[in-house]
Design a protein around this ligand. Structure first.
Ligand code: COA
Length: 159
């Protein structure tokens, strides 16, 4: 059985992330979406809110689990015996950051763990959580950029 991890801050989960989750869930026997508190980013949603939104959105995916963690990604990966870490690549600008992270992680992962990159569907390549947050906070429309369940949650909590 191949266990994969897709990780990020997901503040909030976007349709770009969803596209990667759907594809990774088809490729691997079990996919865990691991939500992380990134100390370098000011979050709009608490970790608990992000986890709740994620669970609601992914409830119909039989082989997808939701979890959260803190600290070093490699420790979480090794402790939970993941085989693969999935990353999405949107543009060449992502590549520089991703290769550095993948190579550093390769030193820290148990030897059998691989980082695998999925190319983001071009229709989502301009999306990031920050741009979605900014547009929403300034009153712009974010329909179609995040899953409907996330849109409902945001409207309900009026953030
Ligand atoms: N579609 C849409 N948006 C996408 C995307 C996709 N396919 N892929 C990435 N993004 C966006 C994210 O929403 C995020 O947007 P934001 O910057 O506006 O929040 C941005 O691209 C960066 O995503 P990501 O690289 O996943 O950043 P992150 O902060 O969400 O997560 C970790 C980064 C978790 C992978 C990294 O910080 C980590 O590993 N931390 C643990 C500590 C550690 O081990 N450090 C050593 C690393 S070598």
């Amino acid at each position: 059985m191949t266990k994969a991890l897709y990780t990020g801050s997901f503040d909030p989960l976007t349709n770009g992330h969803m596209n990667i989750i759907e594809r990774a869930a088809r490729l691997y026997d079990e996919l865990t979406v691991g939500i992380i508190e990134n100390p370098h980013k000011l979050a709009l949603f608490t970790l608990e809110e992000r986890e709740e939104m994620m669970r609601e959105t992914l409830k119909d995916f039989d082989n997808v689990k939701v979890d959260h963690f803190s600290g070093l990604l490699a420790n979480y990966v090794n402790e939970n015996k993941f085989d693969v870490v999935v990353r999405g690549l949107r543009a060449t600008m992502d590549f520089e950051y991703e290769i550095q992270m993948a190579q550093m992680n390769a030193r820290l992962f148990d030897s059998s763990v691989e980082t695998v990159f999925l190319m983001t569907d071009p229709k989502y390549s301009f999306i990031s959580s920050s741009v979605v947050k900014e547009v929403h906070q300034l009153g712009g429309c974010i329909d179609g950029l995040v899953p409907d369940s996330i849109l409902d949650y945001i409207k309900r909590s009026a953030k």
